[in-house]
Design a protein around this ligand. Structure first.
Ligand code: PLP
Length: 396
């Protein structure tokens, strides 16, 4: 695998050189004033990226998966019911984690490629007059299928039922690349990791916690130690951690969140929308279809592309790696072998995206698929040229 080619997996994402250097620090006393100058700007940066005034941000030396675990173990008790839908690998794994922790999952199964079933959530919440459901789990962007869901709609369903359940959102593959509004959407815990929208190496579980979720912590009896938010909060008051923090990664988070804010969050989201539009134009030019079943569900951070019936999509991923040193995402779970994924989250430009589209074309042509070389590239070029013209005009 070439170390110079960009990656097109949906995380870990491409690291800007600037951020790689930000993570490379000499050993530092993590109880010193210098550490406080890393920690607090990093937390404040995440909070701004979440578009929140009220979230408390906690960062664990772990990955997004631990963020799921921090959300449930800090706020729930054994036997509690959570409401969740399963529409891809990541929602599936979060549900599995809840089950393993002794929670009861009221599960709604949805075909992979569809979004979270807002109407079914609304029905389930309205029917739950005794408020057995303690939390609603929602995966904002299903990375396995390239499907974005309507988080605002799930919030509206909670509100319409006047339901007090906590609202937990997995934003691992959306936060920092697609619009995410912690306060406006009434999110109680948002979960992400360092290696996706924040453009860093893996190693940080990042969560935003609402005052309502903070208030649930003392009454919750699921066991937690390493991920106990109370210990972390006490640490932060003393500018420290309850254990040894990943200082270099936290410095990366400080600089990385600042990079997003400097570009302007809405500009970052527009960049991802444009890049994704180009990828989708290419997919159309190849005569192929996305796994996501309708345009309102198309993700701006990852496209899962269906390959022709009877063709093993995994061959695209392995041939791209072997022949061209480029990484695409494989299909997972129910769609293994049926889709390959082009990840376009994190640090990506139009020009980088074109190289991925061009590579995918070479790979598919090599494997005998009926794809005209240059067709997808040309389609994406049109999108990117039009986008450039727009932004140039906006700048004038
Ligand atoms: C990557 C991902 C995760 C898992 O995060 P890790 O950092 O690998 O533990 C969870 N949810 C979604 C939507 C993801 O894309």
């Amino acid at each position: 695998m070439s170390t110079q080619n960009p990656v097109f997996i949906p995380g870990p994402t491409n690291m800007p050189e600037h951020l790689r250097r930000a993570c490379d620090l000499p050993t530092m006393d993590h109880r010193s004033a210098a550490f406080a100058d890393i920690l607090h700007p990093a937390l404040a940066g995440v909070k701004a990226v979440l578009k929140s005034d009220k979230a408390e941000v906690f960062v664990f030396p772990a990955t997004g998966t631990a963020g799921w675990e921090a959300a449930i173990t800090n706020t729930l008790s054994p036997g509690d019911t959570v409401l969740a839908a399963r529409n891809g690998m990541f929602s599936h794994k979060w549900i599995d984690m809840c089950t393993r922790h002794g929670l009861h999952v009221q599960q709604i199964d949805v075909p992979w490629g569809e979004g979270l079933p807002v109407d079914a959530f609304a029905e389930a919440l309205a029917a739950d007059s005794s408020h057995k459901i303690k939390a609603v789990l929602a995966t904002h962007n299903e990375t396995a299928t390239g499907v974005v869901s309507d988080i605002k709609g799930v919030r509206a369903a909670l509100d319409a039922a006047n339901h007090p359940a906590l609202f937990f959102v997995d934003g691992v593959s959306s936060i920092g690349s697609m619009n995410f509004e912690f306060d406006a959407w009434g999110v109680d815990i948002a979960v992400t990791g360092s290696q996706k929208g924040f453009m860093l190496p893996a190693g940080l579980a990042i969560i935003g916690v609402s005052p309502k979720a903070m208030a649930a912590i003392d009454g919750a009896t699921l066991p937690r130690t390493f991920l106990d938010i109370r210990d972390m909060a006490k640490g932060y008051e003393a500018n420290a951690y309850p254990y040894t923090p990943s200082v270099g990664l936290l410095n990366g988070l400080k600089i990385g969140s600042q990079m997003l804010l400097d570009e302007g969050l809405d500009n970052v989201f527009a960049r991802h929308a444009r890049i994704a539009d180009g990828v989708r134009a290419a997919v159309g030019a190849w005569g192929m279809e996305l796994c996501a079943v309708s345009p309102d569900l198309y993700s701006n951070t990852v496209s899962a592309i269906r390959t022709p019936e009877g063709f093993d999509a995994g061959r695209i991923v392995s041939h791209a790696a072997d022949a061209y040193g480029v990484a695409f995402g494989a299909g997972l779970g129910d769609v293994a072998g049926k889709v390959f994924r082009i990840g376009h989250l994190g640090m990506l430009t139009d020009v980088m995206a074109l190289s991925g589209i061009a590579t995918a074309e070479m790979v598919m042509a090599d494997l005998g698929l009926d794809v005209t070389l240059g067709s997808g590239v040309a389609a994406a070029q049109s999108v990117y040229r039009a986008g450039r013209t727009q932004s140039a005009m906006a700048a004038e």
